[in-house]
Design a protein around this ligand. Structure first.
Ligand code: PLP
Length: 443
């Protein structure tokens, strides 16, 4: 097979060719089996090769796959929007469909700005976000992201959005003065500095994923954030692209804290990887001035709300309900979390174990008592991911947000259909990988 035309993530890396998948397993063309311990990029939440989805896909494709949304609506897209409004908390009753998480967060930003413009606030267009965050790779989404290594090359072209610290308890910048949710209070300081008349919204991942590895805020954090947003008339956007649709043991991760955002960005688990689809969920309150005003959202893509992806997403949501997978995420997550804590007891290079449901993370340190991170040049994240890969386990690298601050971390997030026996096999390979790495580092 010719291998020099496709631009792959690392150009000189020799990737195996995927052949097929079933349940939590993927296979390459040499017949090697891999446990998909990260659901790809925290995406394949119902597992691979689910025939119900294939049937739904075929049925829709045999009727119509694509009809332009400026010409037609479709039964599948209308039903999906209705279903999401039933599942979402509060008055998040509207959906705008896009194709990727980056488009969903970028659309969220645009809708927030438009909301204020329709109300006559022309200057309310800045977004406040956090360092150690990831909201996507397009320029608007990257502007909101506090992922330094992904921003680096494009900084001159980006808006200067991230301004507050993440609720990164393991590396709390306020450790010496006690928590008091000072990282949440930074939002207020930032608003006062920038002027609330210039700020449209605050955006956050409920549990931080790609840039730090399942960093989970303390109780009270989002309640404080929401209070501040309300006090200063700023919209709260929850980026649930990674956490949404059951992954953390609730349909939406924000439910863990009982806080309802004004806008939610969804992606990944919406179609569990079967087709590209993502969504921006919008509350009645945010839509109201738009419905009274220009009556149109200035966003959208050719493939927005295409019937094929909508039908797939509907079947994925139905499958999640039929198989009780949100509850499974909670229960299996608890089982896996205990096993990961067991690994941390054995290996002192594991500094922190964290996360909720089946979105779990491990952070690696060179000295556990001082929480000293490894030197970046040691490439710890890549080494552990590669060792697991060789042994047939896929895990997700989640580091590089801020050199010297966010440490080396990985995400363990298998499909929600995983069984306890399969978790045991996953942990066995992970254990062998960490053991090998620790041995290398200590010898
Ligand atoms: N937001 C979050 C929280 C994510 O984790 C990601 C991807 O990892 C994105 C946005 C971007 O999604 P996509 O890669 O589908 O554009």
């Amino acid at each position: 097979m010719k291998r020099n035309h496709l631009i792959k993530p690392i150009l000189d890396h020799n990737y195996p060719t995927v052949s097929h998948g079933k349940g939590i397993y993927l296979y390459d063309t040499d017949g090697k089996q891999y446990i998909d311990g990260s659901s790809g990029a925290v995406t394949a939440s119902i597992g691979h090769g689910v025939l119900d989805v294939v049937e739904a896909m075929t049925e829709q494709a045999s009727k119509v796959s694509f009809a332009y949304r400026s010409h037609f609506t479709s039964e599948a897209a209308e039903t999906l929007a209705e279903k999401l409004s039933e599942l979402a908390p509060g008055d998040l009753n509207w959906s705008f469909f896009v194709n990727s998480g980056s488009e969903a967060t970028e659309t969220a930003m645009k809708i927030a700005i438009q909301h204020w413009q329709e109300k006559g606030f022309e200057r309310k267009n800045r977004i406040v976000s956090r360092w150690t965050s990831y909201h996507g790779i397009t320029m608007g989404a990257l502007s909101m992201s506090g992922h330094v290594s992904r921003r680096k090359r494009f900084v001159p072209l980006l808006e200067d959005f991230p301004s507050i610290s993440a609720p990164y308890c393991y590396r709390c910048p306020y450790e010496s003065s006690g928590c008091k949710l000072q990282c949440a209070n930074e939002l207020e300081t930032s608003i006062q500095r920038l002027g609330s008349e210039n700020i449209a919204a605050f955006i956050a991942e409920p549990i931080i994923g790609a840039s730090a590895g399942a960093v989970t805020p303390p109780d009270g954090y989002y309640q404080r954030i929401k209070e501040i947003c309300e006090r200063y008339d700023i919209l709260f956007i929850a980026d649930e692209v990674m956490t949404g649709i059951g992954r953390t043991g609730k349909m939406f991760a924000m439910e863990h804290w009982g806080v309802t955002p004004d806008i939610i960005a969804l992606g990944k688990g919406m179609s569990a990887g079967y087709t590209p689809i993502a969504a921006t969920l919008v509350s009645d309150r945010v839509m109201e001035p738009i419905l009274k005003g220009s009556k149109s959202i200035m966003a959208g893509h050719t493939y927005s709300a295409n019937p094929l992806s909508a039908a797939v997403s509907l079947e994925v949501l139905a499958y999640i309900e039929r198989m009780n997978l949100v509850q499974a995420a909670e229960e299996k997550g608890q089982y896996l979390l205990e096993k990961l804590h067991g690994l941390a007891e054995r290996f002192d290079i594991i500094g922190d174990v964290r996360g909720k449901g089946l979105l779990l993370g491990l952070e690696f340190v060179s000295n556990r008592s001082s929480k000293t991170p490894f030197d970046l040049q040691d490439g710890i994240t890549t080494r552990i991911v590669n060792k697991a890969f060789e042994k047939g386990l896929l895990i997700y690298p989640a580091s590089g947000a801020i050199e010297g601050i966010a440490g080396d971390a990985v995400i363990i997030s298998p499909p929600l259909v995983i069984t306890n026996e399969e978790i045991d096999s996953l942990v066995k390979i992970l254990e062998a990988s960490v053991e090998e790495l620790q041995h290398e580092l200590h010898s």
